[in-house]
Design a binder for this molecule. Structure first.
Ligand code: GLN
Length: 296
């Protein structure tokens, strides 16, 4: 009796890494995922324990039934709209793997603009800079800066204890745990003084816009990490209310903003007594980081 040849269906069991990749790509394209090719590569490489480069070179590598099933299940989740980072439980940011949980935002490449702007604004390599990260989530901004500045230390603040669990683990894994302290607090509450740098990627989506976001964001990022109140600017007002008094003279604030938010946030900074040092664009050319300098 002959067995019909397999097609690219979810139950097919491709026998090599290359075939598994081709199958994943086909299924994600068929599901209408815009980033099908990239997502297929990320899922297959990660679940087979290969780097993206090795996946290309080792296309002939044999895959076991268990591996093929794990990849197939992950591809089904992605096809149903779950982001790759949520499926894998981690996401790379600034070249570091950050673990996620249900209370953390998934770090975005655009937020690396905040790290770049902070590095450019503060000459920090050999100085014991004191950093505060408001709404730290996975800890990605603080941890990235601490890896760049070996003498610096910092505090990460978040309202969610679960987010702080992830941030602590991420700081440990990145080897900066001894220089990072994580504290549960609202970003509107003064928690530190004598700071050189405050960074924040606060929740900035206007409450009424959340229902219209992509399903990847709406269904999988925590609302607490997204909702910026009626006009999306509440968290900026609440933090700018106090951080000026917590910074040393000449201290710096770097804030992530929505693509249309730079003007409003720069204005709030000026109202709070800061001067605007820079508005830095992300890789897509959208204004993404507002850099403020303490005038006092
Ligand atoms: N600071 C974290 C990040 O940049 C979390 C931000 C948030 O939850 N709004 O990803």
């Amino acid at each position: 009796m002959s067995v019909p040849a397999g097609d690219a269906s979810p139950v097919a069991r491709p026998a090599t890494a290359g075939a598994l990749l081709a199958n994943a790509r086909t299924r994600l394209r068929a599901a209408g995922i815009d980033t099908a090719d990239l997502d297929a590569r990320l899922l297959v490489a990660s679940l087979l324990g290969l780097s993206a480069a090795r996946l290309i070179v080792d296309g002939d590598r044999a895959v076991g039934e268990g591996e093929a099933e794990r990849v197939s299940a992950a591809v089904s989740r992605r096809a149903a709209g779950e982001p790759v980072g949520r499926i894998l439980g981690e996401r790379e940011f600034w070249g570091i793997a950050f673990r996620l949980n249900e209370a953390t935002l998934e770090p975005r490449p655009d937020s690396e603009t905040i790290v770049e702007a902070a590095l450019a604004a503060c000459e920090g390599r050999d100085r014991p800079l004191r950093i505060l990260d408001l709404g730290t989530g996975t800890g990605c901004l603080l941890v990235a800066l601490l890896t760049e500045w070996p003498e610096a230390s910092g505090i990460g603040v978040d309202l969610s204890p679960r987010a702080l669990d992830a941030a602590r683990a991420n700081a440990e894994d990145a080897g900066v745990g001894a220089r990072a302290l994580f504290v549960q607090a609202d970003l509107g509450r003064p928690v530190a003084a004598g700071l050189d740098l405050v960074v924040s990627n606060p929740p900035y989506i206007p409450s009424g816009d959340i229902a219209g976001l992509d399903r990847e964001v709406r269904l999988h990022d925590p609302r607490l990490a997204l909702d910026g109140g009626a006009d999306g600017l509440d968290p900026y007002r609440r933090l700018l209310n106090w951080v000026g008094g917590a910074l040393r003279p000449g201290g710096t604030v770097v804030l992530e903003v929505a693509p249309d938010g730079a003007g409003a946030v720069a204005g709030l900074g000026e109202d709070a007594g800061f001067s605007v040092l820079e508005v830095r664009a992300d890789l897509a050319g959208r204004p993404r980081a507002v850099v403020l300098r303490c005038a006092n």
